[in-house]
Design a protein around this ligand. Structure first.
Ligand code: GRG
Length: 303
């Protein structure tokens, strides 16, 4: 099976689990108010690549676990990712009109609906994971997964990285961010969710601690590559293929690695990050081939 086919097949499985999680939430107790439920579906069921949940499932399977045991963590992670996109697109943050080729939630509905949609998706993520049951996932492991996901998503993870990014963009702090600053904030903003994807997969699959840590480092490298490829797409991609506006970073005077290093050096840096991540999974042999292909896909992506 080609990598693209494998990703598409898993995306189909993940979509079913996501739709089910949204439907269940909508039918709980008095139910989610219809406008909010529609906006949540708009945010989640809009054709994302499902890279992060894909990584959870594939890492779990390579570590010897079962897909269904890892699905609640995969769903929870994608819900966190979708919330972050809804809030990131808001006028107060990135002010984007288009996401995944469709109007962003605030553009299709309004700002307050988009804020509440993000809030509801974030909380649903933790409700879904905490309330899940599978014989291969003990209560202790599930609690650990909840804690790891919260740490990756919060103030010392993705939200913190977004905070540093906006501080640089909107307040000019620090006045001249250096490459190390940008790499650090990107590791938090984008890298932490990829890192926790591989870590949660490894934990669910029963990997030992050294293996789980190596897989988490692979995930962090994949996240760095993914982000740098995203910056390159902003410069080199076209909006119709990417599914959102491009050339935004330069127009906004945003400090990105591509802007600071230039295209050639950024491409070299991407290759260097790719080599580093591959090194983390070298000892896993052919069992890590899907992860290697995921990395290749992230580095060469067009959308
Ligand atoms: C609002 C707390 C908060 C955080 C926002 C993820 C994020 C943090 C901002 C998005 C900014 C951005 C464009 C980052 C580049 C990498 C990235 C996360 C791209 C979008 O993820 P994909 O390509 O999206 O996996 P799909 O649509 O495929 O799910």
């Amino acid at each position: 099976m080609t990598f693209e086919k494998r990703l598409a097949t898993r995306a189909g499985e993940i979509d079913i689990a996501l739709a089910d999680a949204l439907a269940r939430a909508a039918s709980e107790r008095a139910g989610v108010p219809p406008r909010l439920a529609e906006a949540m579906r708009h945010a989640v069921m809009a054709g994302g690549k499902r890279m992060r949940p894909f990584l959870v499932l594939e890492t779990a399977i390579m570590a010897g676990g079962q897909r269904d045991a890892a699905m609640p963590a995969a769903v929870a992670l994608e819900l966190v990712h979708c919330y972050s996109l809804v809030h990131d697109d808001l006028p107060a943050m990135d002010n984007d009109l288009l996401r995944r080729g469709k109007p962003t939630v605030w553009n299709a509905f309004d700002e307050w609906t988009a804020i509440l949609t993000g809030d509801a998706l974030l909380t649903l993520a933790f409700e879904h994971l905490a309330a899940s049951r599978h014989p291969a996932v003990s209560d202790g492991l599930r609690l650990d997964l909840v804690a790891r996901l919260a740490a990756a998503a919060g103030g010392h993870g993705m939200v913190g990285g977004q905070g540093l990014d906006l501080e640089a963009d909107k307040l000019g702090k620090p006045p001249r961010p250096d490459i190390a600053h940008i790499e650090r904030l990107q590791a938090m903003k984008t890298g932490r969710l990829f890192e926790v994807a591989c870590l949660m997969g490894a934990m669910t699959g029963g990997a030992g601690r050294p293996e789980a840590l190596a897989l988490a480092r692979f995930g962090a490298g994949l996240g760095a590559a993914f982000q740098l490829a995203d910056d390159l797409l902003d410069v080199e991609g076209d909006a119709a293929t990417v599914g959102k506006a491009t050339a935004k970073d330069a127009a906004a005077g945003k400090a990105t690695l591509v802007g600071m290093m230039g295209l050639e050096a950024a491409r070299q840096r991407l290759a260097e990050i790719e080599r580093g991540a591959l090194g983390e999974v070298e000892s896993f042999g052919p069992s890590a081939d899907v992860l290697r292909e995921t990395l290749r896909f992230a580095c060469a992506r067009e959308r």
